[in-house]
Design a protein around this ligand. Structure first.
Ligand code: ACO
Length: 430
Protein backbone atom coordinates (compact mmCIF):
# COMPACT_ATOMS: atom_id res chain seq x y z
CA UNK A 1 0.00 0.00 0.00
CA UNK A 2 1.71 3.31 -1.05
CA UNK A 3 2.05 5.88 1.72
CA UNK A 4 0.84 9.47 1.33
CA UNK A 5 4.18 10.89 2.41
CA UNK A 6 7.28 12.41 0.90
CA UNK A 7 10.70 11.18 1.98
CA UNK A 8 13.54 13.66 1.79
CA UNK A 9 17.19 12.73 2.11
CA UNK A 10 19.45 15.50 3.37
CA UNK A 11 22.71 14.72 1.61
CA UNK A 12 24.58 17.02 4.00
CA UNK A 13 23.84 14.71 6.91
CA UNK A 14 22.48 11.53 5.34
CA UNK A 15 19.32 11.91 7.44
CA UNK A 16 15.92 10.89 6.07
CA UNK A 17 12.72 12.85 6.75
CA UNK A 18 9.21 11.59 6.09
CA UNK A 19 6.77 14.42 5.45
CA UNK A 20 2.98 13.97 5.20
CA UNK A 21 1.25 14.89 1.93
CA UNK A 22 -2.23 16.39 2.09
CA UNK A 23 -4.06 17.62 -1.04
CA UNK A 24 -0.90 16.96 -3.10
CA UNK A 25 0.86 19.49 -0.87
CA UNK A 26 3.43 19.42 1.88
CA UNK A 27 3.44 21.94 4.70
CA UNK A 28 6.38 24.31 4.38
CA UNK A 29 6.78 24.29 8.18
CA UNK A 30 7.42 20.51 8.04
CA UNK A 31 10.69 21.38 6.32
CA UNK A 32 11.90 23.15 9.42
CA UNK A 33 12.90 19.83 11.01
CA UNK A 34 15.56 19.48 8.27
CA UNK A 35 18.69 20.75 10.01
CA UNK A 36 22.41 20.09 10.08
CA UNK A 37 22.87 21.24 13.69
CA UNK A 38 20.17 21.30 16.37
CA UNK A 39 20.71 25.07 16.76
CA UNK A 40 19.99 25.71 13.03
CA UNK A 41 16.82 27.57 12.06
CA UNK A 42 15.84 24.71 9.75
CA UNK A 43 15.04 24.42 6.05
CA UNK A 44 12.77 26.94 4.34
CA UNK A 45 11.31 26.97 0.84
CA UNK A 46 12.15 29.93 -1.43
CA UNK A 47 9.28 31.04 -3.63
CA UNK A 48 9.45 34.64 -4.89
CA UNK A 49 6.04 35.75 -6.26
CA UNK A 50 4.43 32.61 -4.76
CA UNK A 51 4.75 30.58 -7.94
CA UNK A 52 4.17 27.31 -6.15
CA UNK A 53 3.00 28.12 -2.65
CA UNK A 54 -0.59 27.76 -1.45
CA UNK A 55 -1.28 30.40 1.20
CA UNK A 56 -4.71 29.13 2.23
CA UNK A 57 -7.38 26.50 1.79
CA UNK A 58 -10.38 27.99 0.01
CA UNK A 59 -13.78 26.77 -1.11
CA UNK A 60 -14.76 29.84 -3.13
CA UNK A 61 -13.25 29.71 -6.61
CA UNK A 62 -11.82 26.84 -8.60
CA UNK A 63 -9.54 27.36 -11.59
CA UNK A 64 -8.01 24.74 -13.84
CA UNK A 65 -5.60 26.89 -15.81
CA UNK A 66 -4.54 24.15 -18.23
CA UNK A 67 -8.10 23.35 -19.23
CA UNK A 68 -9.39 26.95 -19.06
CA UNK A 69 -12.00 26.21 -16.35
CA UNK A 70 -13.32 28.78 -13.86
CA UNK A 71 -16.01 27.99 -11.28
CA UNK A 72 -17.47 29.96 -8.38
CA UNK A 73 -18.59 27.66 -5.56
CA UNK A 74 -18.68 24.81 -8.09
CA UNK A 75 -20.80 26.58 -10.72
CA UNK A 76 -19.14 27.07 -14.15
CA UNK A 77 -18.62 30.74 -14.98
CA UNK A 78 -20.39 30.28 -18.33
CA UNK A 79 -23.63 29.23 -16.58
CA UNK A 80 -23.46 32.03 -14.04
CA UNK A 81 -22.81 34.64 -16.74
CA UNK A 82 -25.72 33.30 -18.77
CA UNK A 83 -28.32 33.03 -16.00
CA UNK A 84 -27.49 35.27 -13.03
CA UNK A 85 -27.35 38.88 -12.03
CA UNK A 86 -24.17 40.25 -10.50
CA UNK A 87 -25.78 40.57 -7.07
CA UNK A 88 -26.92 36.93 -7.25
CA UNK A 89 -23.32 35.90 -7.93
CA UNK A 90 -22.09 38.17 -5.13
CA UNK A 91 -24.49 36.37 -2.75
CA UNK A 92 -23.23 33.01 -4.00
CA UNK A 93 -19.59 33.96 -3.43
CA UNK A 94 -20.26 35.32 0.03
CA UNK A 95 -22.64 32.62 1.27
CA UNK A 96 -21.60 29.51 -0.63
CA UNK A 97 -25.04 28.85 -2.16
CA UNK A 98 -27.25 30.57 -4.71
CA UNK A 99 -29.99 32.54 -2.96
CA UNK A 100 -33.63 31.41 -2.89
CA UNK A 101 -36.06 33.94 -4.38
CA UNK A 102 -36.77 35.45 -0.92
CA UNK A 103 -33.11 35.54 0.06
CA UNK A 104 -32.30 37.22 -3.23
CA UNK A 105 -34.99 39.87 -2.82
CA UNK A 106 -33.83 40.65 0.75
CA UNK A 107 -30.22 40.82 -0.39
CA UNK A 108 -30.96 43.14 -3.31
CA UNK A 109 -33.08 45.32 -1.02
CA UNK A 110 -30.26 45.58 1.55
CA UNK A 111 -27.64 46.48 -1.03
CA UNK A 112 -29.96 49.00 -2.69
CA UNK A 113 -30.62 50.72 0.65
CA UNK A 114 -26.92 51.36 1.18
CA UNK A 115 -25.98 52.96 -2.13
CA UNK A 116 -25.89 56.50 -0.72
CA UNK A 117 -22.59 57.91 0.58
CA UNK A 118 -22.08 60.46 3.34
CA UNK A 119 -22.07 64.04 2.02
CA UNK A 120 -18.60 64.56 3.48
CA UNK A 121 -17.23 61.91 1.15
CA UNK A 122 -18.23 64.23 -1.67
CA UNK A 123 -15.91 66.83 -0.16
CA UNK A 124 -13.06 64.31 -0.35
CA UNK A 125 -13.86 63.88 -4.04
CA UNK A 126 -13.90 67.63 -4.56
CA UNK A 127 -10.43 67.85 -3.02
CA UNK A 128 -8.85 65.72 -5.75
CA UNK A 129 -7.03 67.45 -8.59
CA UNK A 130 -9.13 67.72 -11.77
CA UNK A 131 -7.00 65.17 -13.62
CA UNK A 132 -6.67 62.69 -10.72
CA UNK A 133 -6.92 59.07 -11.87
CA UNK A 134 -10.33 57.71 -10.82
CA UNK A 135 -8.67 54.56 -9.46
CA UNK A 136 -6.59 56.74 -7.13
CA UNK A 137 -9.77 58.55 -6.06
CA UNK A 138 -11.53 55.24 -5.50
CA UNK A 139 -8.80 53.75 -3.34
CA UNK A 140 -8.55 56.94 -1.31
CA UNK A 141 -12.27 57.26 -0.69
CA UNK A 142 -12.81 53.57 0.05
CA UNK A 143 -10.04 53.85 2.64
CA UNK A 144 -11.68 56.99 4.00
CA UNK A 145 -14.96 55.12 4.50
CA UNK A 146 -13.29 53.32 7.41
CA UNK A 147 -13.33 56.63 9.29
CA UNK A 148 -17.09 56.98 8.72
CA UNK A 149 -17.94 53.50 10.01
CA UNK A 150 -15.95 52.97 13.17
CA UNK A 151 -18.09 49.85 13.88
CA UNK A 152 -16.23 48.24 10.96
CA UNK A 153 -13.37 47.52 13.34
CA UNK A 154 -15.52 44.87 15.05
CA UNK A 155 -14.38 42.30 12.58
CA UNK A 156 -15.20 39.36 14.89
CA UNK A 157 -18.85 40.38 15.05
CA UNK A 158 -20.62 38.57 12.20
CA UNK A 159 -23.52 41.06 12.03
CA UNK A 160 -21.14 44.00 11.79
CA UNK A 161 -19.14 42.12 9.17
CA UNK A 162 -22.26 41.53 7.11
CA UNK A 163 -23.22 45.20 7.31
CA UNK A 164 -19.79 46.39 6.13
CA UNK A 165 -19.90 43.91 3.25
CA UNK A 166 -23.28 45.28 2.15
CA UNK A 167 -22.01 48.84 2.51
CA UNK A 168 -18.94 48.17 0.41
CA UNK A 169 -20.78 46.37 -2.41
CA UNK A 170 -23.48 49.06 -2.41
CA UNK A 171 -21.25 52.14 -2.27
CA UNK A 172 -18.53 51.07 -4.67
CA UNK A 173 -20.50 52.10 -7.82
CA UNK A 174 -21.48 55.40 -6.21
CA UNK A 175 -17.86 56.23 -5.38
CA UNK A 176 -16.71 55.11 -8.82
CA UNK A 177 -19.36 57.24 -10.56
CA UNK A 178 -18.56 60.27 -8.41
CA UNK A 179 -14.86 59.86 -9.22
CA UNK A 180 -15.72 59.85 -12.92
CA UNK A 181 -18.07 62.85 -12.70
CA UNK A 182 -15.41 64.76 -10.78
CA UNK A 183 -12.81 64.03 -13.46
CA UNK A 184 -15.06 65.44 -16.21
CA UNK A 185 -16.33 68.31 -14.09
CA UNK A 186 -19.99 67.23 -14.17
CA UNK A 187 -22.33 67.47 -11.18
CA UNK A 188 -22.73 64.23 -9.23
CA UNK A 189 -25.86 62.15 -9.80
CA UNK A 190 -27.21 60.50 -6.67
CA UNK A 191 -28.18 56.82 -6.59
CA UNK A 192 -31.65 55.98 -7.84
CA UNK A 193 -32.99 53.03 -5.87
CA UNK A 194 -35.63 52.26 -8.49
CA UNK A 195 -32.92 51.05 -10.83
CA UNK A 196 -31.02 47.78 -10.60
CA UNK A 197 -27.33 47.65 -9.65
CA UNK A 198 -25.82 48.15 -13.11
CA UNK A 199 -28.57 50.46 -14.41
CA UNK A 200 -28.09 52.68 -11.38
CA UNK A 201 -24.33 52.75 -11.91
CA UNK A 202 -24.69 53.70 -15.57
CA UNK A 203 -27.19 56.38 -14.64
CA UNK A 204 -24.89 57.88 -11.98
CA UNK A 205 -22.07 57.92 -14.54
CA UNK A 206 -23.68 58.96 -17.78
CA UNK A 207 -27.14 60.25 -16.85
CA UNK A 208 -27.98 63.33 -18.94
CA UNK A 209 -24.88 62.90 -21.09
CA UNK A 210 -24.81 59.59 -23.02
CA UNK A 211 -28.03 58.90 -24.93
CA UNK A 212 -27.90 55.14 -25.46
CA UNK A 213 -26.95 54.38 -21.86
CA UNK A 214 -30.49 53.45 -20.82
CA UNK A 215 -30.53 50.49 -23.23
CA UNK A 216 -31.11 47.34 -21.11
CA UNK A 217 -28.55 45.36 -23.15
CA UNK A 218 -25.79 47.67 -21.92
CA UNK A 219 -26.72 47.33 -18.25
CA UNK A 220 -26.93 43.55 -18.75
CA UNK A 221 -23.53 43.51 -20.47
CA UNK A 222 -22.00 45.45 -17.58
CA UNK A 223 -23.59 43.04 -15.11
CA UNK A 224 -22.01 40.11 -16.98
CA UNK A 225 -18.62 41.85 -16.95
CA UNK A 226 -18.93 42.33 -13.19
CA UNK A 227 -19.76 38.60 -12.81
CA UNK A 228 -16.70 37.62 -14.85
CA UNK A 229 -14.48 39.75 -12.62
CA UNK A 230 -16.11 38.82 -9.31
CA UNK A 231 -13.42 36.46 -8.03
CA UNK A 232 -10.29 34.76 -9.22
CA UNK A 233 -8.89 32.96 -6.19
CA UNK A 234 -5.47 34.06 -4.84
CA UNK A 235 -4.53 36.74 -7.39
CA UNK A 236 -2.38 39.76 -6.50
CA UNK A 237 -5.19 42.01 -5.17
CA UNK A 238 -6.94 39.19 -3.30
CA UNK A 239 -3.66 38.20 -1.69
CA UNK A 240 -3.25 41.87 -0.71
CA UNK A 241 -6.77 41.83 0.77
CA UNK A 242 -6.00 38.70 2.77
CA UNK A 243 -2.57 39.92 3.79
CA UNK A 244 -3.88 43.24 5.11
CA UNK A 245 -6.96 41.56 6.62
CA UNK A 246 -4.71 39.10 8.46
CA UNK A 247 -3.62 41.90 10.79
CA UNK A 248 -7.35 42.35 11.62
CA UNK A 249 -7.68 45.67 9.81
CA UNK A 250 -11.24 46.81 9.03
CA UNK A 251 -12.61 45.75 5.61
CA UNK A 252 -12.68 49.30 4.16
CA UNK A 253 -8.94 49.70 4.69
CA UNK A 254 -8.23 46.19 3.43
CA UNK A 255 -10.35 46.78 0.33
CA UNK A 256 -8.52 50.02 -0.29
CA UNK A 257 -5.25 48.04 -0.23
CA UNK A 258 -6.71 45.47 -2.63
CA UNK A 259 -7.72 48.30 -4.98
CA UNK A 260 -4.14 49.59 -4.85
CA UNK A 261 -2.85 46.16 -5.87
CA UNK A 262 -5.39 45.97 -8.69
CA UNK A 263 -4.31 49.40 -9.97
CA UNK A 264 -1.00 48.10 -11.41
CA UNK A 265 -0.65 47.49 -15.17
CA UNK A 266 0.25 43.83 -14.70
CA UNK A 267 -3.04 43.18 -12.91
CA UNK A 268 -6.26 45.21 -13.30
CA UNK A 269 -4.54 48.00 -15.19
CA UNK A 270 -3.92 45.69 -18.13
CA UNK A 271 -7.19 46.46 -19.95
CA UNK A 272 -6.22 50.13 -20.01
CA UNK A 273 -2.84 49.11 -21.45
CA UNK A 274 -4.52 46.92 -24.08
CA UNK A 275 -6.41 49.92 -25.46
CA UNK A 276 -3.26 52.04 -25.48
CA UNK A 277 -1.46 49.23 -27.30
CA UNK A 278 -4.24 48.85 -29.91
CA UNK A 279 -4.25 52.61 -30.48
CA UNK A 280 -0.47 52.56 -30.85
CA UNK A 281 -0.71 49.77 -33.45
CA UNK A 282 -3.23 51.92 -35.30
CA UNK A 283 -4.08 49.72 -38.30
CA UNK A 284 -4.34 46.02 -39.10
CA UNK A 285 -1.33 46.33 -41.42
CA UNK A 286 0.91 47.21 -38.48
CA UNK A 287 0.00 44.07 -36.49
CA UNK A 288 2.76 41.76 -37.86
CA UNK A 289 5.51 44.31 -37.13
CA UNK A 290 4.15 44.88 -33.63
CA UNK A 291 4.15 41.14 -32.91
CA UNK A 292 7.73 40.99 -34.21
CA UNK A 293 8.75 43.78 -31.81
CA UNK A 294 7.16 41.91 -28.90
CA UNK A 295 9.04 38.75 -29.77
CA UNK A 296 12.34 40.56 -30.24
CA UNK A 297 11.83 42.57 -27.09
CA UNK A 298 12.29 39.36 -25.07
CA UNK A 299 9.93 40.36 -22.30
CA UNK A 300 10.70 44.10 -22.54
CA UNK A 301 7.61 44.76 -24.65
CA UNK A 302 4.56 42.64 -23.95
CA UNK A 303 1.40 41.86 -25.79
CA UNK A 304 -0.94 43.36 -23.22
CA UNK A 305 -4.04 41.28 -22.48
CA UNK A 306 -2.11 38.10 -23.25
CA UNK A 307 -0.70 35.57 -20.82
CA UNK A 308 -1.71 34.65 -17.33
CA UNK A 309 0.01 33.20 -14.29
CA UNK A 310 -2.64 30.50 -13.96
CA UNK A 311 -4.30 30.07 -17.37
CA UNK A 312 -2.16 28.24 -19.85
CA UNK A 313 -5.15 28.02 -22.16
CA UNK A 314 -7.77 30.47 -23.45
CA UNK A 315 -9.13 32.41 -20.45
CA UNK A 316 -12.83 31.32 -20.24
CA UNK A 317 -13.79 34.89 -19.35
CA UNK A 318 -12.19 36.23 -22.53
CA UNK A 319 -14.36 33.84 -24.61
CA UNK A 320 -17.55 35.18 -22.99
CA UNK A 321 -16.44 38.80 -23.38
CA UNK A 322 -15.58 38.31 -27.05
CA UNK A 323 -19.18 37.14 -27.69
CA UNK A 324 -20.63 39.86 -25.46
CA UNK A 325 -18.82 42.52 -27.50
CA UNK A 326 -20.98 41.78 -30.54
CA UNK A 327 -24.21 42.49 -28.57
CA UNK A 328 -22.81 45.74 -27.22
CA UNK A 329 -21.56 46.88 -30.62
CA UNK A 330 -25.05 46.30 -32.08
CA UNK A 331 -26.17 49.22 -29.92
CA UNK A 332 -23.11 51.41 -29.62
CA UNK A 333 -21.64 50.81 -33.07
CA UNK A 334 -18.55 48.70 -33.73
CA UNK A 335 -15.34 49.69 -31.99
CA UNK A 336 -12.82 50.13 -34.84
CA UNK A 337 -10.06 48.74 -32.61
CA UNK A 338 -11.84 45.36 -32.57
CA UNK A 339 -10.46 44.46 -36.00
CA UNK A 340 -6.92 45.14 -34.82
CA UNK A 341 -7.54 43.02 -31.70
CA UNK A 342 -8.94 40.13 -33.76
CA UNK A 343 -5.98 40.23 -36.13
CA UNK A 344 -3.55 40.40 -33.21
CA UNK A 345 -5.17 37.38 -31.62
CA UNK A 346 -5.17 35.46 -34.91
CA UNK A 347 -1.48 36.10 -35.57
CA UNK A 348 -0.39 35.50 -31.98
CA UNK A 349 -2.27 32.22 -31.68
CA UNK A 350 -0.51 30.89 -34.78
CA UNK A 351 2.94 32.09 -33.73
CA UNK A 352 5.51 29.71 -32.28
CA UNK A 353 6.61 32.26 -29.61
CA UNK A 354 3.13 32.49 -28.08
CA UNK A 355 2.25 28.82 -28.60
CA UNK A 356 5.44 27.67 -26.85
CA UNK A 357 4.79 29.94 -23.86
CA UNK A 358 1.07 29.12 -23.79
CA UNK A 359 0.09 32.76 -24.09
CA UNK A 360 -3.61 33.27 -24.81
CA UNK A 361 -5.95 36.26 -24.51
CA UNK A 362 -6.91 36.95 -20.91
CA UNK A 363 -9.95 38.73 -19.44
CA UNK A 364 -8.48 42.13 -20.24
CA UNK A 365 -7.97 41.65 -23.94
CA UNK A 366 -11.55 42.35 -25.08
CA UNK A 367 -13.14 44.00 -22.03
CA UNK A 368 -11.60 47.42 -22.76
CA UNK A 369 -13.13 47.45 -26.24
CA UNK A 370 -16.60 47.05 -24.75
CA UNK A 371 -15.98 49.67 -22.09
CA UNK A 372 -14.71 52.12 -24.66
CA UNK A 373 -17.71 51.54 -26.94
CA UNK A 374 -20.02 52.18 -23.97
CA UNK A 375 -18.38 55.55 -23.41
CA UNK A 376 -15.98 54.83 -20.53
CA UNK A 377 -12.64 56.63 -20.66
CA UNK A 378 -9.71 54.21 -20.35
CA UNK A 379 -8.90 55.50 -16.87
CA UNK A 380 -12.23 54.03 -15.67
CA UNK A 381 -11.54 50.48 -16.85
CA UNK A 382 -9.72 49.34 -13.73
CA UNK A 383 -12.36 51.00 -11.59
CA UNK A 384 -14.97 48.76 -13.24
CA UNK A 385 -12.79 45.76 -12.46
CA UNK A 386 -12.66 46.87 -8.81
CA UNK A 387 -16.46 47.07 -8.56
CA UNK A 388 -16.79 43.57 -9.97
CA UNK A 389 -14.04 42.13 -7.74
CA UNK A 390 -15.37 43.60 -4.48
CA UNK A 391 -17.62 40.61 -3.57
CA UNK A 392 -14.69 38.30 -4.28
CA UNK A 393 -12.33 40.25 -2.04
CA UNK A 394 -14.92 40.29 0.72
CA UNK A 395 -15.69 36.57 0.39
CA UNK A 396 -12.00 35.79 0.66
CA UNK A 397 -11.67 38.14 3.62
CA UNK A 398 -14.58 36.43 5.40
CA UNK A 399 -13.10 33.03 4.71
CA UNK A 400 -9.76 34.20 6.09
CA UNK A 401 -11.38 35.35 9.34
CA UNK A 402 -13.13 32.03 9.87
CA UNK A 403 -10.05 29.92 9.12
CA UNK A 404 -8.47 28.80 12.39
CA UNK A 405 -5.20 27.99 10.62
CA UNK A 406 -4.64 31.58 9.52
CA UNK A 407 -2.42 34.02 11.40
CA UNK A 408 -0.97 37.39 10.57
CA UNK A 409 0.72 37.06 7.16
CA UNK A 410 4.47 37.24 7.53
CA UNK A 411 6.70 35.71 4.84
CA UNK A 412 10.29 34.77 5.59
CA UNK A 413 13.31 36.07 3.69
CA UNK A 414 16.75 34.86 2.80
CA UNK A 415 19.10 37.53 4.06
CA UNK A 416 21.87 38.17 1.52
CA UNK A 417 23.16 41.50 2.87
CA UNK A 418 26.30 42.45 4.82
CA UNK A 419 27.27 40.57 7.92
CA UNK A 420 27.56 42.55 11.17
CA UNK A 421 29.98 45.50 10.93
CA UNK A 422 31.01 48.51 12.99
CA UNK A 423 29.30 51.91 12.52
CA UNK A 424 31.44 54.41 10.54
CA UNK A 425 31.11 58.17 11.44
CA UNK A 426 30.80 60.80 8.61
CA UNK A 427 34.40 61.89 9.03
CA UNK A 428 35.67 58.44 8.17
CA UNK A 429 33.32 57.63 5.28
CA UNK A 430 34.73 57.71 1.74
N1 ACO B 1 3.58 39.19 -24.20
C1 ACO B 1 4.75 38.66 -24.60
N2 ACO B 1 5.45 37.77 -23.88
C2 ACO B 1 4.93 37.39 -22.71
C3 ACO B 1 3.70 37.90 -22.24
C4 ACO B 1 3.02 38.81 -23.04
N3 ACO B 1 1.86 39.34 -22.65
N4 ACO B 1 3.41 37.34 -21.04
C5 ACO B 1 4.43 36.54 -20.76
N5 ACO B 1 5.36 36.55 -21.77
C6 ACO B 1 6.57 35.74 -21.88
C7 ACO B 1 7.61 36.21 -20.86
O1 ACO B 1 8.47 37.18 -21.41
C8 ACO B 1 8.31 34.90 -20.58
O2 ACO B 1 9.14 34.63 -21.66
P1 ACO B 1 10.56 33.86 -21.44
O3 ACO B 1 10.21 32.49 -20.96
O4 ACO B 1 11.25 33.88 -22.77
O5 ACO B 1 11.30 34.66 -20.39
C9 ACO B 1 7.21 33.85 -20.62
O6 ACO B 1 6.20 34.42 -21.48
C10 ACO B 1 6.60 33.56 -19.24
O7 ACO B 1 6.12 34.79 -18.71
P2 ACO B 1 6.18 35.24 -17.19
O8 ACO B 1 6.37 36.73 -17.15
O9 ACO B 1 7.16 34.38 -16.46
O10 ACO B 1 4.72 34.86 -16.72
P3 ACO B 1 4.03 35.34 -15.38
O11 ACO B 1 3.13 34.24 -14.97
O12 ACO B 1 5.04 35.81 -14.39
O13 ACO B 1 3.21 36.64 -15.84
C11 ACO B 1 1.49 38.03 -16.56
C12 ACO B 1 1.85 36.64 -16.04
C13 ACO B 1 1.98 39.10 -15.56
C14 ACO B 1 -0.02 38.15 -16.68
C15 ACO B 1 2.18 38.24 -17.94
O14 ACO B 1 1.72 37.26 -18.85
C16 ACO B 1 1.92 39.64 -18.48
O15 ACO B 1 2.64 40.57 -18.12
N6 ACO B 1 0.91 39.81 -19.37
C17 ACO B 1 0.58 41.11 -19.89
C18 ACO B 1 -0.19 41.91 -18.86
C19 ACO B 1 -1.60 41.41 -18.68
O16 ACO B 1 -2.33 41.17 -19.65
N7 ACO B 1 -2.02 41.30 -17.42
C20 ACO B 1 -3.36 40.90 -17.07
C21 ACO B 1 -3.35 39.60 -16.37
S1 ACO B 1 -4.96 39.05 -16.05
C22 ACO B 1 -5.41 39.96 -14.69
O17 ACO B 1 -4.67 40.38 -13.88
C23 ACO B 1 -6.81 40.18 -14.59
Amino acid sequence: MPKNTLTITDNRTGKLYEIPIENETIRATDLRQVKVKESDFGMMSYDPAFLNTASCKSSITYIDGDKGILEYRGYPIEQLAENCTFLEVAYLLLNGELPTKNEYEDWVQSVTQHTMIHENIKKFMDGYHHDAHPMGMLLGTVGALSTFYSDARNIQDTNSRKLQIIRLIAKMPTLAAFAYRHSVGFPYIYPNNDLNYSENFLNMLFGNTVKHIKHPTLAKALDVLFILHADHEQNCSTSAMRSIGSSQTDPFSSTSGAIAALYGPLHGGANESVLKMLEEIGTINNVPSFVKQVKEGKGEKKLMGFGHRVYKNYDPRAKIIKRLAEHVFDITGRNPLLDIALELERIALEDEYFIKRKLYPNVDFYSGLIYQAMGFPTSMFTVLFAIGRTPGWLSQWQELLSDSEQKIARPRQIYVGKTTREFVPFTKRN
